[in-house]
Design a protein around this ligand. Structure first.
Ligand SMILES: [Zn+2]
Length: 428
């Protein structure tokens, strides 16, 4: 029985050791982290383990002692009761046998005596029997009493034992409760310590995390700054590139425009050249046509100019010749007359009585101019008649000097000389 508490102590120790192991485990886990709290945890756990063990052992010892006592009391009581009953029975039996023997031992003088003796014996026997019965009865009553007593004692003992057991249980419960409370306190303390450690750890973790976060933030900031700088540089480069591109585009556009303009100008120039060429060609063609036409016209004119409309009619030509000669005679006479008149006028002006102041000679000046004009006309007419006579001689007279068409016979006969047809004369 002494090993039991030890075992339980061992098991409890083992049980306690298990959490310690886990504690050391967590401690080892924690050791990897910046803050270590394993040492205080292990030292604190060792003390409550021992306390629990001793408390339990005491309880167990007490319980076993109480049970033993109760059992012993019961056993003693039972054996006493049995012994008493047996002793009483044997005593009664001995007495009865003695009585019977003594009754039978009485001598019988006669039949009477025998009978008396027998009656006496029978009475004695009856008495003895009654005594035995009474003794048995008394014995039974005693036994019953003893039994009742024993029962009572047993009940009392049981009650005592029960009370003791209850008390023991209560004590045990108390001890257990105390132990549980202690264990609870220890657990609480442990939990507190663990919580504190956890908190410290959490704090340390948080601090580390915060530090890491700050570092990350700083890094991120630096990276962001760098990125920003890069982006700025990129943007600047992009802007420069854009400006360059735009410049290049503008330049290219300018070049393209210039090229297009140049090409357009060239095309226009070519077009104009072609147009000019075409016009020149057309003009040339027209010129050729005109020249041809002109040539034809000139040929025609030439033909007409050299035409002799009345060459095949010598009688008519002779008539015209006569008319011209007559007209020449009249014209020459007129010229002579006019020349004389003019001479007269000139002679009159040279006279001394001629007065320029009063303008009396104005009329004579007018007359002289009129005469001169008339004279010029007659002289021209005479010249024309000479030309006409020459044409009559070569047979070309009677042809219009403007259109080279023949002049009508009536016109030739009516007007002497004449060099244009009626139509040309009308057109001026
Ligand atoms: Zn004419």
């Amino acid at each position: 029985m002494a090993t039991r508490p030890a075992r339980t102590a061992k098991t409890t120790a083992a049980k306690v050791a298990a959490p310690r192991r886990t504690a050391s485990k967590t401690a080892s886990v924690r050791a990897a982290k910046p803050m270590t709290t394993s040492k205080p945890a292990t030292t604190k756990k060792a003390v409550p383990a021992k306390a629990v063990t001793t408390g339990k052992a005491v309880k167990a010892v007490k319980a076993t002692k109480a049970v033993k006592a109760v059992k012993a009391v019961k056993a003693v009581k039972a054996t006493k009761a049995v012994k008493a009953t047996k002793a009483a029975a044997s005593a009664k039996a001995v007495k009865a046998t003695k009585a019977a023997a003594s009754a039978k031992a009485v001598p019988a003088p006669a039949a009477q005596r025998e009978r008396e003796a027998r009656a006496k014996a029978a009475a004695k026997e009856r008495e003895a029997k009654a005594k035995v019965v009474a003794a048995v009865k008394a014995e039974r009553e005693r036994e019953a009493k003893a039994k009742a007593l024993a029962k009572e004692r047993e009940a009392k003992a049981k009650a005592k034992a029960a009370a003791a057991a209850t008390a023991q249980r209560e004590r045990e419960a108390k001890v257990k409760a105390a132990a549980a409370a202690k264990a609870q306190r220890e657990r609480d303390a442990k939990a507190k310590a663990a919580a504190a450690a956890k908190e410290r750890e959490a704090k340390a973790k948080a601090a580390a995390a915060a530090k890491a976060q700050r570092e990350r933030d700083a890094k991120a900031k630096a990276a962001a700054k760098e990125r920003e700088a890069k982006a700025k540089a990129k943007a600047k480069a992009a802007a420069v590139a854009k400006v360059q591109r735009e410049k290049a585009a503008v330049e290219a556009k300018r070049l393209r425009d210039a090229d297009a303009k140049r090409r357009a100008v060239e095309a226009e120039r070519l077009r104009k050249e072609r147009e000019l060429e075409r016009r020149n060609q057309e003009e040339l063609k027209r010129q050729e046509r005109r020249e041809l036409e002109e040539q034809r016209r000139r040929d025609e004119i030439e033909r007409k100019m050299h035409s002799k409309p009345y060459a095949d009619d010598p009688v008519f030509l002779a008539e015209l010749h006569d008319l011209l000669v007559e007209a020449q005679r009249v014209t020459r006479a007129q010229i002579e007359l006019l020349e004389n008149a003019v001479d007269d006028l000139l002679e009159g002006r040279e006279r001394p009585e001629y007065d320029e102041e009063d303008g009396s000679s104005a009329g004579s000046d007018f007359d002289r101019d009129q005469l001169k004009m008339q004279l010029d006309g007659e002289r021209l007419k005479n010249d024309l008649i000479v030309v006409a006579l020459g044409r009559v001689a070569d047979g070309s007279y009677g042809r219009c000097d403007t259109c080279f068409e023949p002049i009508g016979r009536a016109r030739l006969q009516a007007q002497v000389p004449v060099f244009t047809c009626v139509t040309c004369r009308a057109n001026g």
